[in-house]
Write a protein that binds this ligand. Structure first.
Ligand code: URA
Length: 211
């Protein structure tokens, strides 16, 4: 089985992503744009959520109205630290979601992912999981995160990012062919330091102004 890559080409997403890529875009705007894009990504990623019907009363009449069948069973897991930027916008749109965090840092010489933190809701096995990280670069962090999160046996997992490198998609697919990847763009390649070209730089640094 080969996993899906769902490219989110909505014009608003593409426009905002271009603004984020620009080196002249400062932290405040970068953060706001990431939040706005996250809401649009959340809209696309939740497109297949099932609905159920409930009887409600409008001021005029009773009706059978659609509501989310799974409203209370989402968990969004942020891969720290840049995942926080995607998480914030998604929570605006899915306020009932529970939140998990996984902390991974890139070991600078080998670029492998080292876990330093994990906190998940206790009932993850009853939840559909969105794993969020703006950059799918080497894929090491994404693969390590999903390896670990699968141990919590969620109902489903989707991986959501902003930018992906072909190398990262390939590696992720090889390791997790059952998990779809949602991304707003697939860039050219990685440089020798594992940065996406042309990319947008270090997402965490740009989000938090740490460089
Ligand atoms: N992480 C980033 O923040 N940027 C990249 O280009 C690659 C990994």
């Amino acid at each position: 089985m080969k996993a899906d890559v769902i490219l989110i080409q909505h014009p608003l997403v593409q426009h905002k992503l271009t603004l984020m890529r620009q080196a002249t875009t400062h932290t405040q705007d970068f953060r706001r744009l990431l939040k706005e894009i996250s809401m649009l990504l959340a809209y696309e990623v939740t497109r297949d959520l099932p609905l159920k019907y409930e009887t409600i009363q409008t001021p005029i009449a009773a009706m059978e109205a659609p509501v989310l069948a799974t409203e209370k069973n989402m968990v969004i897991v942020s891969i720290m630290r840049a995942g926080q930027g995607l998480l914030d916008g998604m929570l605006e749109l899915i306020p009932t979601a529970k939140v998990g965090h996984i902390g991974l840092y890139r070991e600078p010489t080998t670029l492998t992912a080292v876990e330093y933190y994990l906190k998940l809701p206790h009932d993850t096995e009853y939840r559909n999981m969105l794993v969020v990280d703006p950059m799918l670069a080497t894929g090491n962090s994404a693969v390590a995160a999903v390896d670990r999160l699968k141990e919590a046996k969620p109902l489903s997992i989707k991986f959501v990012c902003l930018l992906a490198a072909p190398e990262g998609i390939q590696y992720f697919h090889d390791q997790h062919p059952d998990i779809p990847i949602y991304t707003a763009a697939i860039d050219q390649r990685l440089d020798d330091h594992g940065y996406i070209i042309p990319g947008l730089g270090d997402a965490g640094d740009r989000l938090y102004g740490t460089k």
